[in-house]
Design a protein around this ligand. Structure first.
Ligand SMILES: *Cc1c(COP(=O)(O)O)cnc(C)c1O
Length: 340
């Protein structure tokens, strides 16, 4: 397919979608794999007013031997479940979630690019009860759509620049930071727009309470590589528990590196960069995999990391993870889920 040669990210969609409905008293019903068509929504649908919506992001890869695999989809199923719980939405059994993904990948398998591309899968659920009162809705639609994608950032694996937001927070203790809900993104867009105004690719959020601790980017987790080889990443709590984050921690430990989940302040980040204690920094997530951070801008100045180049640890972790996903490196942890 011609369209698969340079698909970009998230602009092209496959022919099909999966939908499953949920209604109070009826639970999950009417599962179907069908032609991709627009939804008909009542203007009073709860999602349009109170934003009960959650989603996931995962990829189907064509391995070098031609097989089709998913990467740790059970983890997406589990996270979808906890996002649903946090947003007072019905929980979808993990088996049902996985079956929905597999069915869509099977029917749209010709859309999976080979080489560097992959098929991005977007499962999501929203409240479609027509009701304006404030309480959890009694009707929901679960859906999965798919989009063939290339590199998330136009420069590929070139280092990105980040803006450290001094004005906005992404999540607060007790809030929805750990849930993958659309509302978190809505709240982050103005900060992302500000980052773009400052000439940066992405925004970095600090914690809401003290505005001191590094949390994550708008849609990616963050890692720091220290001069003694230790890797530091912010602890779970208000950040999104990334599956890429968890996988990279395991791969780094496999490679003999020390990994610490600990609070890391922006002051410390600047100081470590200035004194040469910080060697590399990178962001990670399913869409962009591993994105080296080359330049950091903030309200009072800017600094660069690893001379604005891709550092060796970042490069190695990226290659290892992509290698496992593409089947060129051994899958020692049994992370690949083969689609028969
Ligand atoms: C999805 C997401 C991530 C990355 O999670 P992965 O499971 O690695 O794709 C990180 N931060 C935010 C805010 C996210 O929404």
């Amino acid at each position: 397919m011609q369209r698969l040669e340079n698909p970009g990210f998230g602009r092209i969609f496959t022919d099909h979608m999966v939908t499953v409905s949920w209604e109070a008293g009826k639970s999950w019903h009417d599962a179907s794999v069908r032609e991709r068509t627009p939804f008909q929504l009542d203007p009073a649908s709860a999602v349009l007013h109170y934003a009960q919506e959650i989603f996931e992001g995962m990829k189907a890869y064509r391995t070098e031997k031609g097989g089709i695999v998913l990467f740790r989809p059970e983890e997406n199923a589990r996270r979808f479940r906890s996002s649903a719980e946090r947003m007072a939405m019905p929980v979808m059994p993990e088996e049902m979630f996985l079956t929905a993904i597999e069915e869509l990948v099977r029917i749209d398998r010709d859309w999976i690019p080979s080489g560097e591309g992959s098929l991005y899968l977007r499962p999501f659920m929203f409240a479609d009860e027509a009701f304006l009162g404030v309480r959890p809705a009694t009707r929901y639609t679960f859906c999965v759509i798919a989009s063939p994608v290339g590199a998330y950032f136009k420069g590929g694996a070139k280092p990105i620049s980040v803006w450290v937001s001094d004005a906005y927070s992404r999540a607060a203790p007790g809030g929805t930071g750990a849930a993958k809900c659309g509302g978190n993104y809505a709240a982050s867009l103005i900060a992302q727009a500000q980052a773009a105004e400052k000439g940066c690719d992405q925004v970095v959020f600090l914690d809401a309470a003290e505005h001191r601790w590094v949390e994550e980017l708008g849609g990616m987790n963050i890692f720091f590589v220290m001069e003694d080889g230790t890797i530091v990443t912010p602890p779970l709590g208000t950040i999104l528990p990334g599956i890429t984050r968890a996988s990279l921690m395991i791969l780094a430990r496999d490679a003999g590196m020390r990994v610490e989940e600990k609070a890391y302040s922006f002051d410390q980040w600047q100081d470590d960069a200035a004194r040469g204690r910080l060697r590399e920094a990178f962001a990670c997530g399913t869409a962009a995999v591993v994105a080296p951070i080359g330049n950091v801008r903030h309200a009072h100045g800017e600094f660069s990391i690893a001379g604005g180049e891709v550092g060796p640890v970042t490069r190695k972790l990226r290659e290892t993870l992509v290698g496992i996903q593409k089947g060129s490196q051994a899958d020692a942890h049994g992370w690949l889920h083969v689609i028969a």
